[in-house]
Write a protein that binds this ligand. Structure first.
Ligand code: SF4
Length: 165
């Protein structure tokens, strides 16, 4: 694909990466903060804190958490589209079919649903569960996180209060 794209004279991600070199060292190290209108602040040999007093550790940690949260939030849109498409498919409103009913049952079983149901009903129930999880308030326990997060991490996430039970 890369060769074909180049052959067509189109710019690729690789061209844009090269054009960005050298990338900003403060950004690469995560010590640039643009969280508020006092900034942007950066940690240098001369300045060990941002204007608000944030240290390099604070800035790096905040940047990392915000990047992860933004990425996760962006991907919930994919999950929402998927769930809506499943529901529409069950109702015959898309050209799609359930290509792998066994996979559906496997995921539904992992989500704690009764897999004895007819395939369409089960698909709709799973889609409904996904949508309900996405729309929960931040105060409600997240069933899907509890079910699918690595089991070894759950106690730690509960301890650190990043996961409600
Ligand atoms: S380091 Fe503090 S003052 Fe500077 S931009 Fe970030 S939050 Fe604002």
């Amino acid at each position: 694909m890369y060769t074909r794209t180049r052959g067509m004279g189109l710019e690729t991600i690789f061209d844009r990466y090269e054009a960005q070199q050298p990338q900003c060292g403060f950004g690469m190290a995560g010590v640039c903060c643009q969280l508020c209108s006092h900034g942007p602040c950066r940690i240098t040999g001369k300045t060990s804190r941002g204007i608000c007093g944030a240290t390099a550790d604070t800035i790096v940690a905040r940047n990392l958490v915000r990047l992860a949260a933004r990425g996760a939030a962006a991907y919930t849109h994919h999950l929402e589209e998927l769930a809506d498409t499943i529901k529409a498919t069950v109702r015959g409103k898309t050209p799609f079919t359930t290509g792998d009913p066994e996979k559906l049952r496997e995921i539904a079983a992992a989500a704690g649903l009764d897999t004895a149901k007819e395939t369409g009903r089960l698909a709709e129930e799973l889609a409904g569960m996904m949508l309900a999880e996405l729309r929960k308030s931040s105060r409600d326990p997240l069933a899907l996180v509890k079910l699918f997060a690595p089991k070894t991490r759950v106690p730690k996430m509960v301890l650190l209060e990043v996961m409600r039970t």
